[in-house]
Design a protein around this ligand. Structure first.
Ligand code: COA
Length: 177
């Protein structure tokens, strides 16, 4: 990834994050509608941590790690406290296929595993690049459900739940020692 660095998101990164997110919205309609409070959208409920991929002043990618709600946990078939959710993952439109998203996923996977949690996420059916990314990394689809919004191409959203490969999480940090 050249000079790209992955590090925790800082408050001062927010403007550059929103610049990058806007390129993703224009290219992919992710998110499906531009939020009224985009900084808030990048800071979802239950946020545990967020990371950015940066090159100089530019944010090339972003990912958040959140607590897992009951619905998503049920889709994954594991208790919420054994899981953590990947959210708000994107790579700037001009920085694709350079390993940015994979590097961000590696960092969240390490953080979740160190807390004894296994990663889970939901991806909308139209997210072919994201599905390819997760499946190549060994994530497994565990279920699907209808979402409560309409996609940019006029469909009712269809959400697929994906569970990351088991890295020994779910036993709790103390049980692993
Ligand atoms: C999905 C997304 C984050 C991937 O970002 P990226 O930095 O380009 O992904 P990477 O370079 O790390 O890709 C790693 C691997 O994933 C797979 N992959 C990624 N994008 C792909 C695509 N468009 N088509 C097919 N496979 C793809 C490939 O196996 C790739 O490895 P390769 O380039 O050596 O073939 C990016 O396309 C994006 O921001 N999409 C819009 C937002 C989105 O859908 N977010 C996910 C919400 S759940």
């Amino acid at each position: 990834m050249g000079q790209t660095q992955i590090r925790r998101r800082r408050d001062a990164d927010m403007k550059a994050c929103l610049d990058a997110l806007f390129t993703v919205y224009e290219e992919d309609r992710y998110p499906a509608r531009w939020p009224a409070d985009p900084a808030g959208w990048l800071t979802p409920d239950g946020l545990l941590a967020a990371w950015v991929a940066v090159a100089g002043p530019d944010v090339l990618g972003h990912v958040a790690l959140t607590r897992t709600d009951d619905v998503l946990a049920a889709g994954a078939g594991l208790p919420p406290d054994e899981l953590a959710s990947v959210s708000r993952l994107f790579a700037r439109a001009s920085a694709r296929r350079r390993g940015v998203a994979q590097a961000l996923l590696d960092v969240v996977a390490d953080a979740a595993a160190s807390d004894g949690r296994r990663l889970v996420l939901e991806v909308e059916d139209g997210g072919a690049a994201a599905v390819a990314l997760y499946e190549r990394a060994g994530w497994r689809r565990t279920g699907s459900r209808s979402g409560d919004w309409t996609t940019a191409d006029g469909r009712t959203a269809l959400l697929h739940t994906y569970l990351a490969p088991d890295r020994g999480a779910g036993k709790g940090p103390t049980a692993r020692t």
